[in-house]
Design a protein around this ligand. Structure first.
Ligand code: HDE
Length: 717
């Protein structure tokens, strides 16, 4: 079936009211939808009004329970294509033929916040992909960080109860900066590697389009002849990996809580389709034990330098949803939705997930038939003897709903593995029944150290500040002290810097803590005997500094202007930005239109009241004496530039425009066009050729942010 047909099949029950008559849910044409039925114009409303009752009843039941985690989400449709057959490692049909396009539906989310919370919360992002393959649905339900907080599913409810708003007053919303979370973390050292990730800028992405995705667990690939290997999945964004900084995130949450949702929606609407390459790290079965960590431990990653990521295909998101509720809210992912050729490992975190996802849908989607909701339907045919239940859509024909049978000709029939039947990998398993973990699980520190050591200086600085912010919000001194003790075991200067910001001392002589999740009479000593492996070399792949983008596609640039602006300069800039795939927006002291210096008019996109610098990646101040004089008189304009500068964004100014950047305290040489800037990311010329300046400006925007500015300022302070 062609992809287009398949995609249309996914929207099988769409309803379009264009040109249609208003009806009740029974199809009855409605005469009056404005007035309820009354006994007299001013009389009581009658119980008889079945039209009113139907409408209100339906309204009363519009909400379904939000997801217990990952409630806040946004999704889009797209396609996936493999680059070349992966038959050597897996029999999965959608990974065989580079000509085949597999439809996908991808939902991104935050974890802790409610459905209406802000997109820019400091949090892990869910990255869940449903592949509608010819062999049934395959769900790769991952995150934007390659590890997880805990090692065993039995701790998940504790983790989530700790991070969610505190139960007595339901505060704070979508934030980990509170006592219960850090209490749990300080007593659960296995969280530390993930804590490093969540405190890094990875937890506040610039765009969902600019973040990596990870399957987290080790899964298995299995070939047609039954050979298996371990596999870790990665998504690599073609726009590079970029984040905002925390002060910006805080402001964006107020300015536009839908920032990521809007960004994804607009990009797809504008035809700037986000793309990711699917990467795999493959480990042969016989190499399972050759690593210093356990492949079954979801708090550890395999450094890319140890096992390279092979990019095997590309996913493109190319269509927004038609209806948020029907698609994004009702989509049901499940780590256990696999296809032949993809199988599980014994990761104890994954095992719990294999139970949880169907179970949660029973409450959320109201019964066992959620697979019949259009967004969840497989595109491949579905036949079995499961019947009835809440909201059953399918009308199963015939008298046979059991197997084996003769009355139905033995159908539906089991499928041999050679014909595509799912055959579980024949892993040999033996051992006593115990509530324990493998030895290597108990090294909770080495990879946390490796992660911190792999970051660029500015990334480390942001991580320190994040910890200062989070622990600064913790009221219990004992929790803060325990956390500093743990950080001390990761990196002494890190602990000291955090403590400095908190105005407390790093506690001395703290023993490396026991893992409280290990029974006291059990194997707690194993944890103590695990030495931190400080010799793990840094993994450059973990630093966002080494995940750059190319060019400035989809970047948003503010052009600050007022009446009297030099329109020719604005047009040159706008054309160049458009050609580079970026978006420019005119920001002015008021809405409506601008009168330019040459008498022409220009449409204003935003007034200083309705936007702010945090909504942009860079800004430019063109010349025009009157325009700049007006802007200089507006504190909002000066603040706009000042703020963007201290969020380390690219600042451009030409001719009189330099007056505004100077007034905003932007340090620069304000050169004559020789490109001799003293501050990285400031491209400000009082004279010279605008076209050259625009080229320099675009190059500077392509660097995302100018962290040298931050590090220089820190060195001065
Ligand atoms: Fe989930 N997780 N999870 N999770 N998870 C859910 O399923 C759960 C875990 C992830 O956009 C729930 O349908 C348990 C790791 C994503 O709809 C629930 C454990 C990873 C999404 C659930 C984990 C994830 C969920 C809530 C520990 C990254 C959103 C609603 C054993 C690899 C999917 C739902 C979407 C959603 C359970 C841990 C990713 C309750 C028990 C690790 C992206 O079933």
């Amino acid at each position: 079936m062609a992809t287009r047909d398949k995609i249309e099949q996914l929207s099988a029950s769409t309803s379009d009211a264009a040109g249609q008559r208003l009806t009740s849910n029974q199809g009855l044409p409605i005469l009056d939808d404005q007035n309820s039925l009354k006994a007299g114009e001013r009389g009581p409303t009658l119980l008889e009004d079945f039209i009113l009752r139907e409408k209100i009843t339906h309204f009363d039941h519009e909400r379904i329970p939000e997801r217990v985690v990952h409630a806040r989400g946004v999704a889009a449709h797209g396609v996936f294509k493999v680059y070349a057959s992966q038959a050597a490692v897996t029999r999965a049909a959608f990974l065989q033929d580079p000509e085949v396009e597999t439809p996908v539906f991808v939902r991104f989310s935050t974890v802790a916040g409610s459905r209406g919370s802000s997109d820019l919360a400091r949090d892990v992002r869910g990255f869940a992909v449903k592949f509608y393959t010819t062999e049934g649905n395959y769900d790769l339900v991952g995150n934007n960080m390659p590890v997880f907080f805990i090692q065993d599913a039995i701790k998940f409810p504790d983790l989530i109860h700790a991070v969610k708003p505190e139960p007595h007053n339901e505060i704070p919303q979508a934030a980990s900066a509170h006592d219960t979370f850090w209490d749990f973390v300080s007593l659960t050292p296995e969280t530390l590697h993930m804590i490093m990730w969540v405190m890094s800028d990875r937890a506040i992405p610039r765009s969902l389009r600019m973040m990596e995705g990870f399957g987290v667990h080790s899964f298995r690939f299995v070939t047609a002849d039954g050979r298996a290997s371990f596999v870790k999945f990665h998504w690599k964004p073609l726009l590079g990996v970029h984040s905002v900084i925390w002060p910006e995130a805080l402001q964006i949450s107020g300015q536009d809580p839908d920032f990521h949702r809007r960004d994804l929606w607009n990009a797809i609407n504008d035809g700037d389709f986000p793309e990711w390459e699917l990467g795999v790290q493959i480990v042969a079965e016989e190499d399972e034990h050759r690593f210093p960590f356990d492949l079954l431990d979801a708090t550890k990653l395999i450094p890319e330098e140890m096992v390279p990521v092979q990019r095997i295909g590309k996913m493109t998101l190319n269509r927004n949803v038609d209806n948020y509720f029907a698609e994004t809210e009702q989509v049901a992912f499940h780590a256990g939705h696999v296809v032949p050729g993809i199988d599980f490992s014994n990761d104890p975190l994954l095992a719990g997930r294999l139970f949880s996802y169907t179970d949660t849908q029973l409450t959320r989607l109201g019964g066992p038939n959620f697979h019949e909701i259009p967004i969840n339907r497989p595109l491949s045919p579905l036949h079995n003897n499961q019947r009835d239940g809440m909201h059953r859509q399918t009308i199963d024909r015939g008298r046979v709903a059991y197997g084996p049978n003769t009355l139905g000709g033995g159908c539906p029939m089991q499928v041999g593995s050679r014909d595509g039947g799912f055959a579980t990998y024949r892993e040999s398993v033996s051992g006593p029944k115990v509530r324990q973990r493998g030895d290597k699980f108990f090294d909770h520190f080495s990879q946390a150290v490796m992660f911190f050591n792999s970051l660029a200086d500015w990334e480390q600085e942001h991580l320190v500040k994040a910890l200062q912010f989070e622990l600064g919000k913790v009221e219990s001194a004992a929790i803060v002290e325990r956390m500093l003790g743990l950080l001390h075991h990761i990196h002494i200067p890190l602990a000291c810097r955090v403590a400095d910001g908190l105005g407390v001392a790093v506690p001395v002589g703290i023993e490396r803590p026991l893992n409280r999740s290990v029974p006291a009479d059990g194997d707690a000593t194993k944890f103590e005997s695990q030495a931190i492996d400080d010799s793990l070399p840094p993994s450059p792949a973990l630093s966002m500094a080494n995940r750059p983008s190319h060019g400035i596609r989809t970047r948003r640039i503010a052009i600050l202007a007022a009446n009297g602006v030099d329109s020719a300069a604005v047009h040159v800039l706008q054309d160049a930005l458009l050609a580079a795939g970026a978006q420019s927006r005119i920001v002015a002291p008021h809405g409506g239109r601008l009168r330019c210096a040459d008498g022409s008019e220009m449409r204003i996109d935003h007034s200083l009241l309705t936007t702010s610098s945090v909504m942009f990646d860079a800004l430019f101040v063109p010349g025009g004496a009157d325009s700049v004089a007006t802007l200089l008189g507006k504190s909002g304009a000066v603040h706009f530039v000042h703020e963007a500068y201290w969020h380390f964004k690219t600042i451009g100014a030409f001719r009189e425009g330099c007056g505004l950047t100077q007034a905003a305290g932007v340090h620069s040489h304000y050169g004559d066009g020789d490109g001799d800037e003293i501050d990285s990311g400031v491209v400000a010329w009082r004279e010279g050729e605008l076209t050259e300046l625009v080229d320099d400006f675009i190059d500077a925007v392509a660097q995302h942010r100018h962290w040298r500015r931050e590090m220089k300022a820190l060195a001065r302070s």
